[in-house]
Write a protein that binds this ligand. Structure first.
Ligand code: C5J
Length: 220
């Protein structure tokens, strides 16, 4: 059934049978002290605000049978899928692959790579392991969505201006309509968060639509 979600720049009709909730990188490495986010000099507590609103959307999506997809940014333990340009950034003892309090930073299988317990994937919910910022780059997300006839994505997670934004841009170019509930996203830089959302909905929704968890829940 098609319903209208209130959003900017304008309300958007959504058929929930052809929509997916895509939760980007809600990993301990970004949200907890001692992970990748903190090694880059960020205050990770700023991302916590997104957890509860995402949890509310996730629970409702599960109840209603809406497709839920989780993503995790990270690399193979041998780092063979990480470009040098990415590995060489930051102080050597804090780089991707270095050992930190939650295991090797941004490496698959390490505790820091896990999704935070409040949003842990359930059996049957696809988890996309992505080596880049965008969820479409070097992953099977696009065919997975195509096989399920998905046309609309509700995209949330962290960080607003990096992995959420990159994913929305990639999705937009592939023909998906993206709705971003702003309170379900977080950034280490509040000004980038605000500008990131503004950029999505500017120019008639050049990358997509911006809404919030209350308005999405009202339509779900
Ligand atoms: C970053 C992400 N910020 N998930 N990754 O490096 O946004």
């Amino acid at each position: 059934m098609t319903v209208l979600i209130d959003a900017e720049p304008e309300p958007i009709p959504v058929d929930w049978d052809r929509a997916a909730l895509v939760i980007i990188d809600m990993q301990r490495d970004f949200l907890e002290p001692g992970g990748f986010g903190e090694t880059l000099g960020n205050d990770v507590s700023l991302l916590q605000r997104a957890v509860k609103p995402i949890q509310a959307l996730l629970e409702r999506a599960r109840e209603k049978g809406v497709l839920v997809i989780h993503t995790r940014e990270g690399h193979r333990p041998d780092l063979s899928d990480a470009p040098r340009a990415k590995l060489e950034r930051g102080a050597p003892r804090l780089r991707i692959g270095a050992r930190g309090p939650m295991g090797r930073i941004l490496v698959r299988g390490e505790p820091g790579h896990d999704i935070v317990p409040e949003l842990a994937p359930k059996d049957g919910e696809p988890v996309i392991d992505k080596p880049g910022k965008g969820a479409f780059y070097a992953t099977d997300l696009h065919p997975m969505l195509a096989y399920k006839n998905i046309e609309t994505l509700v995209v949330c997670g962290v960080t607003t201006e990096v992995c959420v934004h990159t994913t929305v841009r990639e999705a937009n170019d592939r023909g998906y309509r993206c709705i971003v509930p702003g309170d379900c996203c977080g950034s280490y830089f509040p000004e980038f968060h605000a500008q990131g959302l503004a950029m999505i909905k500017a120019q008639g929704g050049i990358f997509g639509w911006v809404s919030d968890s209350a308005r999405v829940l009202a339509a779900l």
